[in-house]
Design a protein. Structure first.
Length: 104
């Protein structure tokens, strides 16, 4: 999943948490509902002013819109874990090994 899609998923997640429909949020940020739909589906990337309006109306800091690591798939997580193992020192590898063993 690319960053545009992740941003869209995050905005949708925050919008639903705020109990807003697409129509209501679109009205609040002064864009068409179809444009917001395009943003949430990852087809369109919003401008900075639009991102600022979204954050304000969802009552979150702008940076919260980009906190979407929890939205990546399990397969993407596994790839990231494996990719980063070589960068971890031996003490932390031992800790990670023990942690994983406890979940078997």
């Amino acid at each position: 999943m690319n960053n545009k899609q992740l941003l869209g998923k995050r905005i949708k997640e925050l919008r639903k948490s705020a109990h807003l429909t697409q129509e209501k949020l679109a009205e609040l940020i002064d864009i068409e509902t179809g444009s917001l739909s395009g943003i949430e589906s990852g087809r369109h990337f919003p401008s900075l002013p639009t991102l600022e309006k979204i954050a304000i109306n969802l009552n979150v800091e702008l940076k919260a819109l980009f906190e979407f690591k929890h939205l990546i798939s399990v397969e993407e997580m596994k790839v990231a874990i494996i990719k980063n193992l070589d960068k971890i020192d031996n003490d932390h590898i031992t800790f990670i090994y023990k942690l994983v063993e406890n979940f078997k």
